[in-house]
Design a protein around this ligand. Structure first.
Ligand code: IPE
Ligand code: IPE
Ligand code: MG
Length: 239
């Protein structure tokens, strides 16, 4: 694959997102516990983050835990929380000295999240808030509807009387990020599951069958090539 050529292609997206689905099925297929799938999923996520960065894509969002994922059994939720704790440590080790901003989108005041995770998430956001080179947006305890309501409630507190799209977007977690171009949801599920509801209205979507831990760099290149062939009209007509 000719990465250098791809990197300079003007059709490359600037903000992509992963819905990292299929970890559980990946493990079950291998007669492993679902937790092993989550571990493999995180390993793959780290690899993909660096690859996306190397490709020169400016913003990467990823869905790590939805507001609805609390419905899962305690053992699985606890395992995931431990993984997020490790992931935040890894982010600090790997990116603090680089031009990388780390954003954790989601309700971080929720006491169901372990205190360590809440504190580490807030710390890394604070430490990297002025970086601009590459933005990693990890969505944890995130829901698109909940995010919209958060914005509405903040506007009510401000006693706003008239709100336009630009003002509204300043109250979303993704304020200051680039428009979301492309969303990839692995595992063959054809739904959004409450991910970036406001932001993805005009995004391109792609639903590969591969389960997240098996989704490779080559698969990402294939996805990007599919994206670049799409004709984005935003309600207009083909140029
Ligand atoms: C996605 O994988 C990861 C999270 C939701 C945390 P799943 O755990 O949903 O895997 P499947 O969909 O059950 O295979
Ligand atoms: C979406 O996957 C959430 C994440 C990947 C974190 P789910 O597995 O929770 O979604 P549904 O239940 O299949 O819609
Ligand atoms: Mg799933």
């Amino acid at each position: 694959m000719n990465i250098e050529k791809l990197k300079t292609d003007p059709r490359m997206p600037k903000h992509i997102a992963f819905i990292v689905d299929g970890n559980g099925r990946w493990a079950t297929k291998r007669h492993l516990l679902r937790s092993a799938g989550h571990k493999a999923g995180l390993d793959n996520l780290k690899l993909q983050i660096d690859f996306v960065k190397d490709l020169g894509i400016k913003n990467l969002s990823m869905y790590c835990f939805s507001c609805e994922n609390w419905k899962r059994n305690k053992e699985e939720v606890d395992f995931l929380m431990n993984l997020f704790n490790t992931m935040l440590d890894d982010f600090k080790n790997d990116y603090l000295n680089k031009d990388v901003r780390i954003l954790i989108s989601g309700n971080l005041d929720d006491e169901r999240l372990p205190k360590q995770v809440r504190d580490k998430a807030k710390e890394i956001m604070e430490l990297t808030k002025n970086k601009t080179g590459f933005v990693i947006n990890a969505c944890i305890n995130y829901g698109g509807r909940q995010e919209i309501l958060k914005a509405v409630n903040e506007l009510l507190v401000e006693k706003a009387t008239k709100v336009d799209e630009k003002t509204f977007e300043q109250h979303l977690y993704t304020a200051d990020m680039l428009p979301l171009d492309f969303v990839i949801r692995t595992s063959g599920e054809n739904r959004t599951s409450n991910f970036l509801t406001w932001q993805s209205t005009y995004s391109e979507w792609y639903f590969p069958k591969k389960l997240w831990p098996s989704f490779t760099k080559k698969d990402l290149i294939k996805a990007l090539k599919i994206y670049m062939k799409r004709d984005r009209r935003f309600g207009g007509v083909k140029a």
